[in-house]
Design a binder for this molecule. Sequence first.
Ligand SMILES: [Zn+2]
Length: 365
Amino acid sequence: MPDLILPGLIDIHTHLRVPGGEHKEDFATGTAAALAGGVTMVLAMPNTNPPLTTPAALEMALSEARRSARCDVGLYAGASPDDVQHLPALARSTVALKIYLNDTFGKLRIEDVPVLVECFKTWPREKIIAFHAEKQSVAVAIGLAAIYDRPIHIVHVSRREEIELIADAKGRGLPVTCEVSPHHLFLSQADLERLGPLGDMRPVLGTADDVAALWAHLNDTIDCVATDHAPHTIQEKRSATPPPGVPGLETSLPLMLSAVQDGRLTVERLTALLHDNPRRIFGLPEQPDTRVEVDMTPWAIPVGGWRTKCGWTPFAGLMAGGRVRRVVLRGKTMVENGEVLVPPGNGRVIGVSATEFTDFTADTD
Ligand SMILES: [Zn+2]
C-alpha cells in the first residue's frame, strides 16, 4: 500500500525546448521526467527558437508534442511586438498567453505599452495571461489586470516585495494569481558559492529574507508551485557564458513532500498547490482515473540518474520527503517503482479547440 495517493500533478511552467533546443530537452525526455516526478500534465513555455509567436512555429511544436509526449502537454503562446497580430490564431491551439516584462533566456520581451494593450484587447478573455514580472514589473502586471478587469497570473515569484504586492492586490479583490518555484523555496543566495552557474536562473535566487517571505505566504497568497523546469546541458552551464535556468520536474514533489514531513504544509494544501489551483486557474481538463502513489520515506537527492536530457539537478544532497512509486494516467500505469514504462506518443495535446483539431494529424489516444 502506498503511504499517500495524490491526483496527477500539473506543472504549469516548463521549458521543453522544442523547437530549436532539442539537445537540451524534447517532449519525449521532458515528459518522462514529468511522469517520474508524479506530473501527468505540463504546460510548456513559448521562448523556443523560433519562439511560439507565429502559427508556423506553433504548428511545429504541436505536431512534435503530438508525436512524442508521454503525458499531457499544453502550450503557451508567446507575445512579441512583431507578431502580435497572430494572437487570435495562436489562441485556438494554446492554453494561455505568456508575456515577458523582464529579461530571461531567449529574446521574447515586451517593453511598450501599446503592445501590452494590444495583447489585452485581442487575446480571448477565457484564456489567462501569464507574466514574467520582477520587482516593479509586478505592479505593471497587476495594474493591467485592474484596468482591463481580467485575470492575470504571475509566474515564479521570488522576492518579498513581489509576494507582498500580490498579497495586497488580492486583498483588494483584484483577479491576480501567482506561482513559486521549488528552487526559490529550497535554495537561496547562500547556495550560490557551492552551485556556481548551476544555481543561476531568472529570477535569480533570493536572500534568506525573500525565502522566508515565500514560505510565510505558501498557505495563502501563493496559488501554485511550478518548477520553471529549464534544462541546459552541463557543458553549456560550465561554459564561459552559462545560460540561466535549472531543471526541476523530477524533484518538485519530493522536495515539497519534505515540507509535509516537517509540518510546514498539509497534504491538502500540497494538492491545492500542485493540482487543484493550476487546473482551476488555467481551465485545464480533468484526467479521469489518474493518480500518483507516493512512498513517504525520506531520501537524499542524488547527483545523477535523471530522465531529463540535461542529466543534472541543482538540488543534489538535499533531503526529499518522499518519492513517486507509481503513476496511473487514464487507467494506464505510466510509472512503476520509479521506472517510466510508457513510450512517447501516449500524451494528449490540450488546449486545442475542436475546430482546430482537424487541422492536425489524429490524436494518438
Ligand atoms: Zn520559465
